[in-house]
Write a protein that binds this ligand. Structure first.
Ligand SMILES: [Zn+2]
Length: 67
């Protein structure tokens, strides 16, 4: 009995080169999402209340608990 080697599952997936600017946009987007959704003074202690109030309605619209 012979065994057939399993095909490499990744060989069927075409490789896509992601440009550096797309990675930069992704990182900046994650940082912006943190500021809008989670920042409560851990990073921006001086302006935490301003940021919180500025994004307050957006937080509630997205279902993020804030108080
Ligand atoms: Zn709130």
């Amino acid at each position: 009995m012979t065994t057939v080697p399993a095909a490499d599952p990744l060989s069927a997936v075409p490789r896509v080169r992601v440009p550096a600017w797309a990675w930069a946009v992704a990182v900046l987007s994650l940082m912006l999402m943190y500021v809008v959704l989670q920042e409560n003074g851990a990073v921006f202690a001086q302006t935490a209340e301003v940021i919180h109030e500025f994004t307050h309605d957006g937080r509630h619209a997205l279902g993020v608990p804030c108080h």
